[in-house]
Design a protein around this ligand. Structure first.
Ligand SMILES: [Fe+2]
Ligand SMILES: [Fe+2]
Length: 272
């Protein structure tokens, strides 16, 4: 079982967000802003899945999950809260969140479905988040230093995503979720997640007036496919999920552990 603590991040989310807060780079800023827009609705779904999955466990199995589920819910609830404040600033910049209503519509289709489907969807998304998080922690300099507060927010979120990457997966397995459905949902979620990310990033760039600038596309190419590129470096860990014997724990979490130790003064532990 993973020991999960809830941390209150000591950052000021009241101060406005600059138009190109991420290293002055329009593409990277638009991409991160897009991801932030997905969190409040997505993370609520993850919380509900994990809570309902926990309730569906036989009582003798619940005990071993209780503390971890509580930690998971606390962490995701804190992420939601801060990203909602973040998204409030984006709205003031004129950006429109199209991702959230689309996700809400899709999630309505899940009403009444077996909780293992919810957990397979959550585990797939959490795998995405965990590999993205690990990559971000290892390439933290790419967040730039224009807004140290937002850089800290992304790294803290990343560290906790990496920390709780097992929870939904383990619950899915404890409830007898099978390999075939896990893979089926993972393939679907990959298409949905990438599609939504591209659509919202393009929408943010269009609103920002930087969609058709050469510098935007140049930055996208190097950030995604360059030597330290996001797609280039996360493709293998993405693919690992397809293995029958895969478990999220097989992926190294040392970048997360290191960040949490080195940045202790940036957060307060809740309830301790
Ligand atoms: Fe999160
Ligand atoms: Fe998460």
């Amino acid at each position: 079982m993973t020991d999960l603590v809830v941390r209150r991040l000591l950052v000021d989310m009241e101060a406005p967000i600059q138009r190109h807060w991420c290293a002055g780079d329009a593409f990277r800023t638009a991409l991160f802003n897009a991801l932030s827009m997905s969190f409040p609705v997505g993370e609520q779904f993850f919380i509900d899945s994990v809570r309902n999955g926990f309730k569906a466990l036989p009582p003798e199995k619940q005990e071993s999950f209780r503390a971890e589920v509580q930690g998971f819910v606390g962490q995701e609830a804190t992420h939601r809260r801060l990203h909602s404040l973040y998204n409030g600033h984006l709205e003031k910049l004129g950006l429109v969140n199209h991702w959230e209503p689309r996700a809400r519509e899709r999630l309505q289709l899940m009403e009444g479905a077996d909780v293992r489907h919810w957990l397979a969807i959550t585990a797939a998304n959490e795998h995405f988040t965990a590999i993205l998080a690990d990559w971000m922690l290892r390439n933290a300099d790419l967040l730039g230093d224009r807004d140290p507060r937002l850089a800290t927010l992304w790294l803290w979120h990343s560290a906790e995503e990496s920390e709780h990457k097992n929870t939904a997966f383990d619950l899915y397995q404890a409830l007898g979720g099978d390999h075939e459905w896990r893979i089926r949902w993972f393939r679907r979620i990959t298409l949905i997640f990438l599609g939504d990310t591209v659509r919202q990033t393009v929408s943010n760039l269009r609103q920002d007036g930087t969609l058709w600038k050469w510098s935007t596309w140049k930055s996208a190419a190097s950030y995604l496919f360059g030597r330290r590129g996001l797609v280039r470096q996360t493709f293998r860990p993405w693919k690992d999920y397809l293995r029958r014997d895969f478990h999220p724990d097989q992926h190294d979490s040392s970048a997360s552990e290191r960040w949490l130790v080195d940045n202790r003064e940036r957060f307060a532990l809740v309830g301790q």
